[in-house]
Design a protein around this ligand. Structure first.
Ligand code: ZN
Length: 316
């Protein structure tokens, strides 16, 4: 696919279009941070209207202010309970073959990592559940610690001496700035990219909507999505953010649109380059492993719960 085997770049999928969520594969639920938090607050605050973004930020980031809503839904939506879908394994496959420069994602579900992709190959623009930090002293905690703490019903609190800060997963809240790593990687990656694949995003949220214009003008851009978006017709917008895709324009020489889900698109692409069988085999084998892992975790949790019940004489 490329003379330089590593110059590939795959921005990630986005839930706005259903992304790679494919019911037939029991695909992972791809959760956008803002939607997730808005839903959470609406539910927990028992209000019918969505709270305004400022309220969202206040509720979730100010120390000491009712952190329970966040962790209640975090329990329900814990990313480890979801399975990566074929497109996540396709991205891993690109890396295994030495073709992936970087994957950029707006999702916070870490499904790429669950699919076995090297964390160094991912830029999680909206953060991740994999790591957490104390909001007072910035001490870092890992996913296992967080999972254990919130699933035993507690509010995660810093364990360092003389610190009682709430520990929260490193997801980027609405209104917070993007991780430094995002800006750093965009700066050096995009000029090296020799094939840009954009998967399942409506390309309306900046900076993702505009970074597609940062690749060299000779770089082909493949856009796999349920609908054709990303064509900027407004001259002022195009001066600010670049001209976007040129799919149906006469002077298009590099933009390709493939209509469909991310999973179907990735299978199709894999078939075209002769990796179809290998990808299907990988998905099947990895899903089997995850089924076994989830079953084991469930059994351990049930055991733990019944132990706790016995210890408290069933008074929980
Ligand atoms: Zn602390």
């Amino acid at each position: 696919m490329s003379k330089e085997q590593k110059d590939k770049d795959i921005p990630g999928s986005d839930e706005a279009t259903g992304g790679s969520t494919d019911e037939s594969t029991k695909g992972g639920s791809l959760i956008d941070a803002t939607d997730f938090l808005t839903a959470l607050l609406s539910q927990q605050l028992q209000v019918s209207d969505k709270p305004p973004p400022e309220k969202l930020l206040d509720e979730l980031t100010i120390e000491g202010e009712n952190p329970e809503p966040f962790f209640t839904l975090a329990r329900e939506l814990w990313p480890g309970e979801f399975k990566p879908t074929p497109c996540h394994y396709f991205i891993r496959m690109l890396h295994d073959k030495g073709l992936l420069l970087r994957q950029y994602t707006q999702n916070i579900d870490s499904l790429e990592i669950n699919a076995g992709l090297d964390p160094d190959k991912i830029v999680e623009a909206h953060g991740t559940f994999r790591t957490s930090h104390c909001r007072k002293c910035r001490e870092m905690y890992d996913q296992d610690w967080m999972k254990k703490t919130i699933f035993s019903g507690g509010i995660p609190t810093c364990e360092k001496d003389n610190c009682d800060g709430v520990v929260k997963p490193d997801i980027v809240f609405f209104g917070e700035s993007l991780p430094h790593r995002f800006l750093e990687c965009v700066e050096k990656d995009f000029e090296k990219c020799d094939l840009l694949i954009i998967l399942g995003t409506s390309l309306v949220v900046h900076p993702f909507a505009s970074i597609v214009n940062r690749v060299p003008e000779t770089t082909p851009r493949l856009y796999i999505n349920l609908e054709k978006t990303g064509v900027i017709s407004d001259p002022i917008m195009s001066m600010i953010f670049g001209s976007g895709f040129k799919f149906d324009q006469e002077d298009n020489y590099r933009d390709v649109f493939w209509e469909g889900t991310c999973d179907d698109g990735c299978y199709h692409l894999a078939d075209e380059v002769g990796w179809g069988k290998e990808l299907r085999k990988l998905v099947e084998a990895e899903h089997k492993k995850l089924d076994a892992k989830f079953a084991k975790e469930k059994a351990e949790l049930a055991k733990e719960n019944s132990k706790q019940k016995q210890e408290t004489g069933g008074k929980l």
